[in-house]
Design a binder for this molecule. Structure first.
Ligand code: SF4
Length: 703
């Protein structure tokens, strides 16, 4: 960095990576980001993790797309080009005029010829709220249907489904900072030290001041050292474990009768259901002894104030919605919602996945989770959107869209900032599907794996190159501000969406993200009392905000729920085995996820110098004894094979992984974890089962 005082400008903005939403000050010298430091945002209080501090220089990478690009007429058939030195070999540069015309005409021609449903869209949680809002509006208004989705489908769609069903709202009931007021916290199916590192610092402080931490996860993790109970349960047995804990609370009458009577419905049916799940019966299934289950149940029930945090270990199962239903029921049983230091908190993944979901980038709902099936809701949007009829049929989700593409029913796509050629389960299937598209428009900052399949690539802006609002896991709406100009001819995403919308026949007139935000406020009650001006001066306001001076409510539902009669609901959950169980051919369990240094599909962090230097190579984790059995030294290569495909990858020894398990991060194209994963979906959230596939592990070179 050199002289830290030597910079031309400093701009307050938000970290582009995880859902914690740390506020940063971006120091710029000669038009380039020189360094980034944490400032006193409500979520981070000055702290940053390694990604936030050292992960910013991807924006200056030599492979940034600086001009629009069009697939060359002599390019070979569409496919994945993994030559990292030459990512744009199959494309030629074009003017904006030519690229936008080609992009728009290709989509509009499909609409005319095959109908609007021949085109679908994936938006992005890496864009601002305003951009997410415009993207879903473009698909709904421009093509007349709801087939628009984004990565929430791959992370917390099942959590949101359960929260909407039982609590009446898809967002957290309390900020993670409320752990400061808690006595006990459960962290289940999450690894905050790797995936939400700044939140993890608050969790560690909580234990230092005497708070009781319970960690439940099939994989060990850094927080284990701080936990009173570490329950390393069998993968996929979440419902069995949680029902057994609730069985103890019910049988020992440890529940909060007054709370249940005042604020819930469905308790009596639930109580009968839960009686079968005794700790003794569930112990063998989930691999946790009955006494430990009882101890955790008693500790949770005895706590005055308790919170539950969960991550994708809970959500990414075919029973992900049931897993979340159990967590909601557990909190309701003990009245642990609606007071300081209590609540339910699914730790959101990307920095704006909460905001993009709030803004309607979801196929079943319009902005603020208003159902497309509700006539009054459709009338409201018809009025705001100048007479557009909204389709009453809920749209298709990410994996469903890709299946329709594969079958030739969807022939064109507009993909903004998403990377399904890396992130979808059974990714070879997704890649084959992308290759069949008649017309693919990709808007991104790099030639991602998905952009390899594009007909037109529109050069977009990285996060520090744009202004707009973003919403973190805490429901905090924050102002992101442009610190540097986009390189070359790259443009802010909202400008590109508007230009494309007008070329497919819409009559849009936005000159500034503020105008888009003002339109959003017309339909989104969550933004009441939150104005652009407030965000410019206060930088963050938590929703709901109850007045023009209220910084927002960090805890909600103290006086009832946004459901019928103000009551939350108990929904019983049955034990459902994973879709694919280990057998003789595939005897081990594959779990995929992220790692500290690399973000999702790696498109940004693998182009960040420091992060790539720390973690340059695709890797997986196996227990040392498993490696010994395989005859593989740590650092040697293993081959992983599932029913979908096979990869070879460097193996690390890791005692946090059970002996019959392998963990693979999904950031590495050269050994893409999603070649292996199972596309089976949760029936409610439509989320794939990334957290359980049957796999064969052998030394590389063996057949
Ligand atoms: Fe960025 Fe998340 Fe790290 Fe904060 S914790 S600096 S938001 S990656």
């Amino acid at each position: 960095v050199g002289d830290r005082a030597d910079f031309d400008s400093e701009t307050e903005s938000v970290c582009p990576f995880c859902g914690v939403g740390c506020q940063v000050s971006v120091k710029v010298k000669d038009g380039r980001v020189k360094y980034v430091e944490g400032i006193n945002g409500p979520a981070n209080e000055g702290r940053l993790c390694v990604k936030g501090r050292f992960g910013f220089d991807y924006i200056h990478h030599a492979h940034r797309i600086t001009r629009p690009m069009i697939r060359r007429a002599d390019a070979p058939e569409k496919g994945l080009n993994v030559d990292p030195a030459n990512p744009w070999t199959h494309f030629r540069e074009a003017t904006w005029e030519e690229a936008l015309e080609k992009a728009a005409h290709g989509l509009a021609d499909l609409r005319s010829f095959y109908g609007g449903k021949s085109v679908a869209g994936f938006g992005s949680a890496k864009c601002t709220n305003e951009e997410a809002y415009l993207f879903q509006k473009l698909i709904r208004q421009g093509f007349g249907h709801n087939n628009v989705d984004h990565c929430t489908r791959l992370c917390h769609a099942s959590s949101v489904a359960a929260l909407m069903e039982n609590v009446g709202s898809g967002a957290v009931t309390a900020t993670f900072n409320e752990i400061d007021n808690a006595d006990l916290a459960i962290v289940i199916g999450a690894n905050p030290a790797e995936n939400h590192p700044v939140a993890a610092t608050f969790f560690k402080q909580f234990t230092k001041r005497g708070g009781t931490l319970v960690v439940m996860d099939p994989r060990g993790q850094a927080l284990k050292r701080h936990a009173r109970h570490m329950l390393q349960f069998r993968p996929g047995t979440d419902v069995a474990l949680l029902n057994a804990i609730m069985n103890v609370i019910v049988e020992e009458k440890l529940y909060d009768r007054q709370y249940i009577e005042g604020f819930t419905e469905g308790f009596f049916e639930f109580r009968e259901h839960i009686r079968a799940f005794t700790p003794e019966r569930m112990a063998e299934l989930c691999g946790i002894d009955a006494e430990t289950i009882r101890a955790v149940a008693r500790d949770y029930a005895a706590a005055d104030r308790a919170m539950i945090f969960w991550g994708m270990g809970v959500s990414q199962h075919i029973h992900g919605t049931d897993n979340s239903r159990c967590l909601i029921s557990l909190a309701l049983l003990c009245g642990q919602i609606g007071r300081p230091g209590t609540g339910l908190h699914p730790l959101r993944g990307q920095n704006n996945v909460q905001g993009a979901s709030d803004a309607g980038l979801i196929p079943q709902v319009l902005p603020d989770y208003q159902s497309v099936t509700d006539h009054e809701v459709r009338e409201l949007f018809r009025h705001i959107w100048g007479g557009t009829e909204i389709d009453a049929e809920p749209g298709l989700t990410v994996v469903e869209i890709m299946d329709r593409v594969y079958r030739g029913e969807i022939k064109g796509m507009y993909i903004l900032g998403e990377n399904p050629a890396m992130s979808d389960p059974d990714v070879e299937h997704a890649r084959k599907a992308l290759a069949t598209l008649d017309h693919l428009v990709v808007q991104d900052i790099f030639v991602t794996e998905t952009a390899n399949f594009a007909d037109v690539i529109l050069p977009a802006s990285a996060f520090p190159e744009k202004s707009g609002t973003v919403t973190n896991t805490n429901r905090q709406v924050q102002m992101a501000r442009k610190a540097v100009e986009p390189p070359g001819e790259a443009r802010e995403d909202w400008e590109i969406i508007v230009a494309l919308a007008n070329r497919i026949g819409l009559d849009w007139d936005y000159d500034d993200p503020r105008e888009i935000f003002d339109e959003m406020k017309m339909s989104m009650r969550s933004l009441h009392h939150i104005t652009w001006k407030r965000l410019e001066t206060e930088s963050a306001v938590t929703y709901p905000s109850l007045s023009n001076t209220d910084p927002g409510q960090s805890v909600v539902f103290g006086d009832g729920f946004p459901r019928r009669a103000g009551r939350a609901k108990f929904t019983p959950a049955r034990v459902t085995p994973p879709a694919e169980l280990p057998d003789e051919r595939f005897p081990m369990i594959l779990i995929t996820g992220r790692q500290l240094e690399h973000w999702h599909t790696g498109s940004m962090t693998r182009r960040a110098t420091v992060l790539d230097a720390v973690e340059p190579e695709a890797n997986c984790s196996l227990h040392p004894s498993t490696l010994r059995k395989l005859g593989v030294e740590p650092g040697g290569k293993v081959r992983l094979t599932t029913k979908r495909g096979s990869i070879e990858i460097m193996a690390r020894a890791d005692r946090a992984v059970a002996t019959d398990m392998v963990f693979v991060p999904f950031a590495y194209v050269e050994a893409a974890a999603n070649i292996l994963t199972n596309p089976a979906l949760d029936p409610y959230g439509k989320i794939p089962e990334f957290k359980f596939s049957a796999v064969k592990v052998e030394a590389a070179g063996e057949q």
